[in-house]
Write a protein that binds this ligand. Structure first.
Ligand SMILES: Cc1cc2nc3c(=O)[nH]c(=O)nc-3n(C[C@H](O)[C@H](O)[C@H](O)COP(=O)(O)OP(=O)(O)OC[C@H]3O[C@@H](n4cnc5c(N)ncnc54)[C@H](O)[C@@H]3O)c2cc1C
Length: 426
């Protein structure tokens, strides 16, 4: 049985109707190498189309707007060389981190003792290269760099192939979109479950004994107890940490729940009457070191029936945007930044939708959980280790593409295999 707190399936995927079409306010892209997610889409008959990338890209760098076409923007030559060398060094370091067990890497404790922010401060010489790395990493993790352990960063990027692959659209993690939206993956799976899916059923307490597990579902009079032999908690570790569990989980597991922070992201979709940026030779892709938007992409429907841009506000920029006067305030701030990037035509949207994932109690943030310095060294082993009859899934426990849809599928398959292996036991 699947027990789901919300009135819908899909978790951190959320496909919303807008202006006669549909847009993804949660996960949106798949990429080469994500064999599980690509395989699931195929199995479920969800078609893919390529992210639109044709045209010039925009970089807003310390208030100055530049356009470029290739992978790297036009920044001063010395800074470009510094940036390229720093990325190569990070890629080399990442390749040496074992995916199953990052703590078994050489000098693991040392790598875990500092943040990626400290590594950049010590190793990247030019200010422009530091800024470029900062905005790329914020875009990938949706959290400030001081909150990301260097070892965690290296493991996470290796798990997705490489840092470059995570950052890139073309042949990277942002290559494909799903026709009709990413939430369909869960919706179509849910159709197979019938009565074995319970929506609006938050698990508010768990008790396990030698015979089985009792889940307390819902509070107050409507609450009930569900009994089972084994349970998989397919949640981010910080959400597991919020559920009272008896007997108490081991200290490392509790530390994991307290210490692994979710990123912060507001994802906005801005709808226009036509894709004016395409007409002007722009791809719709923009990266900014300013606020509130860190990056923007073309978000038109595959047949261009809906013209839209999708924009991300991440990390510490989320707070000010959230406090800026409700939906109308957020819309005004996002549109103002888009005008700065794409010109006055961006100022005339026909619709606007967004989702603040940090304000969403059943996700607690997004895109995923991130480990600050020294957490992995203390709790690394606890991430996937079952505790009695409780098993742990969720993208954060994956060894490949952790943080992504693909990782969530790997984790689910692994946890299911663990239970299947135990089903013969008493
Ligand atoms: C804005 C955004 C953009 C993203 N973009 C991409 C992308 O382009 N590509 C990509 O691959 N990934 C992307 N991701 C990440 C991706 O969404 C996640 O990796 C993936 O959805 C995680 O799946 P999961 O099953 O591990 O967790 P979740 O999707 O979080 O599922 C956990 C489920 O548990 C439920 N739940 C929570 N607490 C309880 C409780 N107490 N009782 C019962 N049920 C509970 C939740 O409601 C939820 O349905 C993005 C995420 C966000 C937020």
């Amino acid at each position: 049985m699947v027990v789901e707190a919300r009135d819908r399936v899909g978790g951190r995927t959320l496909t919303a109707p807008v202006a006669g079409g549909s847009v993804d306010l949660g996960a949106q892209w798949l990429g080469p190498g994500q064999e599980r997610a690509l395989g699931l889409a195929e199995e479920l008959g969800v078609e893919l189309f390529r992210q639109h990338i044709e045209g010039r890209k925009l970089l807003e760098f310390d208030g100055e707007l530049r356009t470029y076409r290739g992978l790297l923007p036009r920044i001063p030559m010395l800074a470009l060389a510094d940036l390229g060398a720093s990325i190569q060094r990070l890629e080399r370091m990442a390749r040496k981190i074992p995916l199953q067990d990052p703590m078994s890497a050489e000098r693991a404790a040392e790598l875990d003792a500092i943040s990626i922010a400290e590594w950049i401060a010590r190793n990247v010489r030019t200010e422009a290269a530091r800024t470029m790395l900062r905005i790329a990493i914020q875009a990938i993790f949706a959290i400030e760099l001081k909150s990301i352990s260097l070892l965690f960063f290296l493991h996470y990027t290796h798990a997705g192939g490489s840092f470059t692959r995570l950052a890139e659209v073309r042949e990277g993690a942002q290559t494909f979109r799903l026709k009709g939206g990413a939430q369909q993956l869960s919706e179509r799976l849910a159709e197979r479950l019938g009565e074995e899916l319970r929506l609006r059923s938050p698990v508010v307490g768990i008790e396990q004994g030698s015979e089985g597990v009792e889940l307390r579902v819902g509070a107050g009079e409507g609450g009930e107890l569900l009994r089972c032999r084994y349970s998989i908690l397919a949640l981010a570790p910080s959400l597991v940490g919020r559920i009272p569990i008896a007997p108490a989980l081991p200290p490392e597991r509790r530390l994991l729940g307290d210490g692994m922070q979710m990123g912060s992201v507001i994802k906005s979709v801005i709808v226009y009457d036509r894709p004016f940026w395409r007409e002007q030779g722009f791809s719709g892709e923009a990266v900014s070191s300013g606020a509130p938007l860190r990056m923007v992409f073309d978000d038109c429907e595959h047949d261009a029936s809906l013209a839209a841009l999708v924009a991300f506000t991440v990390g510490e920029d989320v707070g000010p945007l959230r406090e800026g006067g409700g939906l109308a305030g957020r819309r005004a701030a996002v549109v103002e930044h888009l005008v700065q990037l794409f010109g006055p035509e961006a100022g005339e949207p026909v619709d606007y939708v967004d989702h603040d994932w940090s304000d969403d109690v059943w996700s607690g943030g997004g895109y995923a959980g991130v480990m600050p310095p020294r957490l992995l060294s203390q709790v690394g082993d606890a991430l996937r280790a079952p505790v009695g009859r409780l098993h742990f899934a969720g993208t954060e426990t994956a060894t490949r593409w952790c943080g992504y849809l693909d990782g969530a599928i790997e984790a689910g398959e692994r946890a299911a295999a663990e239970i299947i292996a135990r089903l013969g036991e008493a």
